[in-house]
Design a protein around this ligand. Structure first.
Ligand SMILES: NC(=O)c1ccc[n+]([C@@H]2O[C@H](COP(=O)([O-])OP(=O)(O)OC[C@H]3O[C@@H](n4cnc5c(N)ncnc54)[C@H](OP(=O)(O)O)[C@@H]3O)[C@@H](O)[C@H]2O)c1
Length: 235
C-alpha cells in the first residue's frame, strides 16, 4: 500500500516503522521542525531494529506531498496545530478525495502555561474525525490507533503476551474497512471493528479520557497502558 503520513511525530513515526517492514511504500512529513524528520526517523527506526536498507525505503516530503502520495493517508497531527495544518492543505488544494484517511488524533489541547487538557468544549458536539470529514467530504475517514501510546506500537514489546486491541471505526465500505484491518494486523495488533458510524469517533476520543483516569488511579500516572484483548466466548 502507498501510505502518506501527515506529521510523522511520536505516533506517525512509530506506525511507519512497523509498516515499512511489511513492504508498504511510505512518505513521511512533519509539521513543526521538518528539518529534524530524517534524523528522528533514523534514531527511532534503528532503535527499533530496522536495517539501513529498510530505513532507506522511506520517502520524505511536505505535508501536501504526503497527502498526495498516499492511497492511505494517516493524520497524526498535534491537536493544537490541527487548524494550521488544515489551512496549509486547503491552500494547496488538497481534497483527499477517494482516499482512506486514518485519524489517530485526540483533542488534547494546551493552555498558556503549556499544560495539556482534554478539550471538553470541542468534544461536546464533535470529534477530530468529524472535523476532518467536514474538511475533506470526499475522503473515506476512519479513526484508529488513538488509544495506544506511541511507545507501545513496537510489537516486540508484546512478544510475551497478547498484543493490545486496536479499535477502529468508519469507512463507507466493507472493502475499505478490510484494508484498515490489514494495516492493523500487519503492525502485529488485534483489530476490532466497531462499525461505520463516524459519530462513534466521539466515543473513541472519550475513551482517551478514561485511559488517563485509569493511568492516574491504577498505574501511578503512567499512561503506558493499553486496552487488552477482547475475546468472544464462542471462539
Ligand atoms: N503520542 C502518543 O502516544 C499518541 C497516542 C495516541 C494518539 N496520539 C494523537 O496523535 C496526534 C499526534 O501526536 P504525537 O504525539 O505523535 O505528536 P508529535 O508530532 O510527536 O508532537 C507533539 C509535540 O511534542 C513535540 N515533540 C515531539 N517529539 C519531540 C521530541 N523528541 N523532542 C521534543 N519535542 C518533541 C512536538 O514538537 P516538535 O516535534 O516540533 O519538536 C509537538 O509540539 C495527537 O493528536 C495525539 O493526541 C498520540
Amino acid at each position: 500500500m502507498k501510505i502518506g503520513i501527515i506529521n510523522a511525530g511520536n505516533i506517525g513515526l512509530n506506525l511507519a516503522v512497523g509498516w515499512i517492514r511489511h513492504g508498504h511504500d511510505i512518505m513521511l512529513s512533519k509539521d513543526t521542525h521538518p528539518e529534524q524528520l530524517r534524523e528522528r526517523a533514523r534514531t527511532l527506526a534503528l532503535g527499533r531494529g530496522l536495517s539501513e536498507t529498510e530505513l532507506s525505503r522511506f520517502r520524505y516530503g511536505s505535508l501536501v506531498d504526503a497527502a498526495q502520495f498516499g492511497d492511505i493517508v494517516v493524520m497524526a497531527v498535534y491537536f493544537p496545530r490541527l487548524e494550521h495544518v488544515l489551512e496549509e492543505l486547503r491552500r494547496d488544494g488538497v481534497t483527499l478525495s477517494g482516499k482512506i484517511v486514518i485519524d489517530t488524533m485526540n483533542p488534547l489541547n494546551v493552555d498558556a502555561s503549556f499544560s495539556h487538557f482534554h478539550d471538553l468544549k470541542f468534544m461536546e458536539h464533535t470529534s477530530v474525525t468529524e472535523r476532518l470529514q467536514r474538511e475533506f467530504p470526499e475522503a473515506n475517514l476512519f479513526k484508529a490507533f488513538n488509544n495506544v501510546p506511541a511507545g507501545l506500537l513496537d510489537i516486540k514489546k508484546w512478544s510475551y503476551g497478547h498484543p493490545p486491541s486496536i479499535i477502529y471505526i468508519g469507512g463507507s465500505s466493507v472493502e475499505d474497512a478490510a484494508q484498515v484491518r490489514t494495516l492493523i494486523e500487519t503492525s502485529g495488533f488485534n483489530p476490532q471493528f466497531a462499525g461505520h458510524d463516524l459519530t462513534d469517533s466521539r466515543i473513541l476520543e472519550k475513551l482517551g479520557i478514561l485511559m488517563h483516569h485509569l493511568a492516574d488511579n491504577e498505574y501511578g500516572g503512567n499512561i503506558g497502558i493499553a486496552i487488552g484483548v477482547f475475546k468472544s466466548l464462542s471462539e
